[in-house]
Design a binder for this molecule. Structure first.
Ligand code: HEM
Length: 292
């Protein structure tokens, strides 16, 4: 079955659009490489571009389940596997570019992976993503049964390893990796809350609204701890800078804005959605997911 068909074998515009979009960063990087726009170190730049999109796809794949629930958009789940498989394809390209950069010297590559801890961590994440992609077919889902879900929960530690790899190689410029850590915290927080407080898959929207500030505070603390440990910057000064806009938009502010935007979108969706038969609109208001 083509990837742009849904389970009823009908063309899904959503799947088709996402399928095409997943190729764009790779094609853009290839084109920029071909026309010399990635100079002075095109291979290194390509490694970075593709690595960035790998981590972005991992985070997007993790965001699909919460967004599906909060936005009452069940069909979003149709694209989760596609995005996850794309993350795996991108990391394989990222790795191949690295091997090319090492002049295909596999002994050096293996040695580097063993001695450079950020590469060891990245490689572990790569192996994990490949296992998840290889077991993501309908046949494997059927064959593995309940064990499939247990296996695919590995995506959470895999994403964490991928983030650590990203953070470690970023050295001084940790703005974007810190944002990704904050979003990851939000996504994990959502799952913990949903496991505890969701009723028939519905997590009340006030929990979603509270999660943004909590994830932002953790992001600020994490950033302050990093600058304190790595550069001996005073903890409180970094935390204060995190929430003032004087030093630009800090990661904690981005995480806060995203968290609140998702909660707001969920509220708008809850108000505008037609109420199910026999229930008032207000009965659904606190919930973030309607019955399927
Ligand atoms: C899921 C696994 C992985 C993810 C998500 C990932 C992601 C990333 C990201 C986001 C960057 C930085 C991009 C930037 O700052 O612009 C990066 C850099 C890099 N990654 Fe990975 N990566 C993964 C696995 C690997 C593996 C397996 C290798 C090689 C064994 C590798 C080698 C590199 C190298 C050499 C750099 C550039 C470091 C530098 O320029 O100092 N990565 N990766």
């Amino acid at each position: 079955m083509y990837p742009w068909y849904d389970y009823q074998r009908r063309l899904s515009p959503l799947k088709l659009a996402v399928f095409i979009a997943l190729f764009v960063p790779g094609l853009w990087t290839a084109a920029a490489f071909a026309i010399g726009a990635l100079e002075p170190r095109p291979l290194t730049a390509a490694i970075h571009h593709i690595g960035l999109w790998t981590i972005r796809f991992i985070i997007i794949a993790l965001a699909i389940t919460p967004l599906k629930a909060i936005l009452s958009w069940p069909r979003l789940i149709l694209v989760r596997r596609m995005v996850g498989v794309a993350a795996c394809a991108y990391v394989l390209i990222h790795f191949s570019l690295y091997v090319t950069d090492e002049a295909f010297n596999l002994a050096t590559v293996a040695h580097e992976i063993l001695v450079r801890i950020y590469l060891t961590i990245g490689f572990t994440a790569l192996v994990g993503l490949c296992v998840l992609a290889a077991t993501s077919t309908d046949g494997m889902v059927r064959r593995l049964g309940r064990r499939w879900q247990q296996l695919h929960r590995l995506v959470y530690p895999i994403a964490l390893l991928a983030l650590i790899h990203y953070f470690m190689q970023s050295k001084l410029d940790v703005w974007e990796p810190t944002i990704f850590f904050g979003i990851y915290g939000w996504l994990m927080g959502y799952r913990l809350l949903a496991a505890r407080f969701a009723v028939r898959g519905w997590l009340p929207l006030y929990w979603v609204a509270a999660l943004g500030p909590v994830a932002a505070a953790l992001t600020a603390l994490g950033e302050a701890a990093y600058f304190h440990l790595a550069f001996h910057a005073p903890l409180l000064r970094v935390v204060a800078a995190d929430f003032s806009l004087q030093t630009g938009v800090r990661p904690a502010v981005v995480v806060l804005a995203l968290g609140l935007a998702v909660a707001l979108a969920g509220a708008v969706r809850a108000v505008t959605m037609p109420a199910p038969k026999g229930r008032t609109r207000f009965a659904r208001l606190p919930a973030s997911q309607p019955p399927a």
